[in-house]
Structure formats: C-alpha cells, structure tokens
Design a protein around this ligand. Structure first.
Ligand code: SAH
Length: 217
C-alpha cells in the first residue's frame, strides 16, 4: 500500500486552488468541498508534485492527461451528482475524477481502454481509500449489464454521442459529454426525459484527449 503523504503544504495549496476555481465561476459547494478533500498530487508522478495544484491539465503517460481542475469542477457541477447515485465514468485515466465522484457519495463504475492506466488506477485508488468498480474495455459500449445509470460522465472528447450510452441512462438521468472534433468540444448535457426523449444543451468549449474506439493493448 502506498503511503498517504498529504501534508499541510499540500492542503494549503489545494485550498488556494479551490478558491481559484471558485473565482472562475464554479459555485456548487458539494463539488468544491469534494475537490478540496482529494489529494490530487497522489494521482500524478511524485516528481511532478509542484504541478498538482496548478489549474492545468498534466500528462499521466500513454499520451493521456489528468484533466484541468477547472474542467473537472465544471463537468462535475453540470453532472449534478446526488449521494448514492450510480455513476458511469468513461475514461478512468488517473482516477482523479472517479475519486471526486466518490467523495460526493456516488457509487462509481469507471472504464478505461488503456490497459496500463487501468492497472495503475486499480492499484492506486483503493490504496488511498477510493473504491470505484474498475473495468477494462471500450467505453463507447458502456456497461449494459450494470445499467441503468443515474449519471454518465465521459472524460474524453467524442466525435458523436454514443447511442449505446444514451440507452444506459435511466429516465430522469443525466449525461455530460464533450462533443466535437479534435481541436475543441462543446460540453454537452443530455437529460433523458422519457423512454424515447432526450434534451440536449451546450455549455461552452473545452479541449479533451479523444474518445477512441476499441481497447488498446
Ligand atoms: N477522468 C480522467 C481523465 C483522463 S483523460 C482523470 O481524471 O484523470 C481521458 C481518458 O479516456 C484517457 O485515459 C483515455 O485512455 C480514455 N479513453 C479514451 N477513449 C476511451 C474509450 N473508448 N473507453 C474508455 N476509455 C477511453
């Protein structure tokens, strides 16, 4: 088990980061408080600790990134997670977003297509007290046998909204997914209002690594 090194310096830097995110327009205290509790530096290589509490994305290996804290906050706020919600996350990456959702009281199912990242998160998270259900596979297909989900969050940029994910949302459920081309994506909120009807709204532009089809070996 990894030593949990989360000292006063880290906590101080985190508090400042949260204030910065609040000043950029995030107002949901449940999101901000959850992020204040997650030791983001433990999700990055130890030699990069000084970058952990800057409001920027950072490489985590395999050509992937841990999302910018503001982006995590924005997406989580839009997702509107309630305690005990069953949440599907597509794109485990470092596991940071999953930890934030767990801190908000959600039950988290997270899928990653890069085997190395899947294995790394599966070791790291339980070691620091976070226990989502981990899956190695293609998030495009979702997890039909565990559906329906109250919430679905996609943390990679999709060229289209995956039909299979829409079907795995419960009626009344919400999905947040960045949709666009490789240069930028619209943060899209989809609410399933009935068995057949979905309401869609756009919430500004962001840049994510691409949502890719299939698993990687
Ligand atoms: N939520 C992550 C962000 C990771 S970046 C975090 O908090 O760190 C997006 C991740 O999505 C990458 O790790 C990438 O490998 C993964 N990904 C891309 N396409 C995918 C797919 N089809 N299924 C599952 N994961 C995918």
């Amino acid at each position: 088990m990894r030593e949990i090194n989360d000292n006063y310096r880290h906590k101080g830097l985190r508090k400042k980061l949260i204030e910065e995110i609040r000043s950029k327009g995030i107002s949901d205290d449940r999101v901000l408080e959850a992020m204040e509790r997650v030791p983001r530096h433990l999700f990055m290589d130890s030699s990069f600790v000084k970058f952990a509490y800057r409001d920027q994305a950072f490489p985590i290996g395999c050509d992937q990134t841990i999302s910018q804290p503001y982006t995590v906050a924005f997406q989580t706020e839009l997702l509107d997670v309630k305690r005990h919600d069953k949440v599907l996350e597509v794109g485990t990456g470092s596991g940071y977003q999953a930890a934030v959702l767990l801190e908000m009281g959600a039950k988290v199912y997270t899928i990653e297509r890069q085997r190395e990242l899947y294995l790394k998160a599966q070791t790291l998270l339980p070691g620091i007290g976070y226990k989502p259900y981990f899956f190695y596979g293609d998030g495009y297909a979702g997890l039909p046998s565990y559906s329906p989900f109250d919430r679905i969050i996609v943390t990679a940029g999709a060229s289209e909204i995956p039909e299979k994910l829409l079907r795995q949302l419960r009626v009344g459920g919400k999905m947040v997914i960045p949709v666009g081309d490789s240069s930028s994506q619209v943060m899209t909120l989809i609410e399933r209002v009935s068995e057949e009807d979905y309401e869609k709204s756009g919430h500004g532009y962001f840049v994510f690594v691409p949502l890719l089809k299939g698993k990687s070996f």
